[in-house]
Design a protein around this ligand. Structure first.
Ligand code: KIV
Ligand code: NA
Length: 263
């Protein structure tokens, strides 16, 4: 099995080989997912909801992410380990860098931050100091109170254009990959064609360079509200490795996401 690197992810995008990403928070699941062919393991701040039982990602700290990143690192083999900078941890480029160092020393190979053109300076500051950055636009869960709920983004022509401009600014600043969350499938396709870095969709349609889901959602064990883009891969199956293997296969073949999971 090949070690997953940034040049490899870029080559996959160019070749049209879709990238499979899942969130994960501990060593045993990391090991299982790695063996099932998941290329990128994301220690998402979704752990605030999935693991800690909060109703948003806002209470999650850098120390929380570092703890779970260290556990995932021990379980991972060839997969890339990506960790979220949580709410309030990247107000300035310097603060972002200091916190990114903590997560990279815990085992992350890349960090993810939410935001558009306004964080381009932070992206540039990080990448020029050897911190690879995954950007995250569209529905940004850390902005839940500002958005007034978890809402699909980029539905108007004006907001779609703004999202494209944000994504381009992040790419120019040096973002290596970009997560597109909860946007119309048509916009996900247009942004993927516009950008030269891989796009990873969650509720962004089937035409992104890859897909991501929260582990607890794709295993059908999250007790809260189920978003439209979620698919339970345990249904009709009786083992977790089978569900993760099916997820990877459906992402690779383009079966997932289907029309039912798109906006
Ligand atoms: O925290 C998370 O799980 C995420 C993914 C949904 C992209 O950011
Ligand atoms: Na997140």
């Amino acid at each position: 099995v090949k070690t997953i690197t940034l040049p490899l992810l870029s080559a996959m995008r160019t070749a049209g080989d879709r990238i499979a990403m899942l969130t994960v928070y501990d060593a045993s699941f990391a090991s299982l997912m790695d063996r099932c062919g998941v290329e990128v393991l994301l220690i998402g701040d979704s752990l605030g909801m999935a693991c800690q039982g909060h109703n948003s990602t806002l209470p999650v700290t850098v120390a929380d992410i570092a703890y779970h990143t260290a556990a995932v690192r021990r379980g991972a083999d060839s997969a890339m380990v990506l960790a979220d900078l949580p709410f309030g941890s990247y107000a300035t480029p310097e603060e972002a860098y200091r916190n990114a160092v903590i997560l990279m020393q815990a085992g992350a190979q890349m960090i993810k931050i939410e935001g558009g053109a306004w964080i381009a300076d932070t992206v540039k500051f990080l990448r020029t100091r050897a911190v690879p950055v995954c950007a995250h636009v569209g529905l940004m869960p850390q902005s839940v109170h500002q958005m007034g709920g978890y809402k699909v983004q980029g539905k108007t022509a004006e907001s779609a254009e703004r999202l494209k401009a944000d994504a381009l600014a992040l790419q120019v600043a040096g973002a290596e990959i970009i997560v597109l969350e909860a946007i119309p499938a048509k916009l996900g396709k247009e942004m993927t064609e516009l950008l030269s870095i891989p796009t990873i969709g969650i509720g962004a349609g089937p035409d992104c360079s890859g897909q991501v889901l929260v582990m607890h959602d794709m295993l059908g064990i999250f007790p809260g509200k189920k978003a439209r883009f979620v698919k339970n891969f345990m249904s009709g199956r009786n083992d977790i490795a089978g569900a993760v293997t099916a997820y990877v296969a459906e992402v690779k073949s383009g079966i997932f996401p289907g029309p039912d999971h798109c906006f």
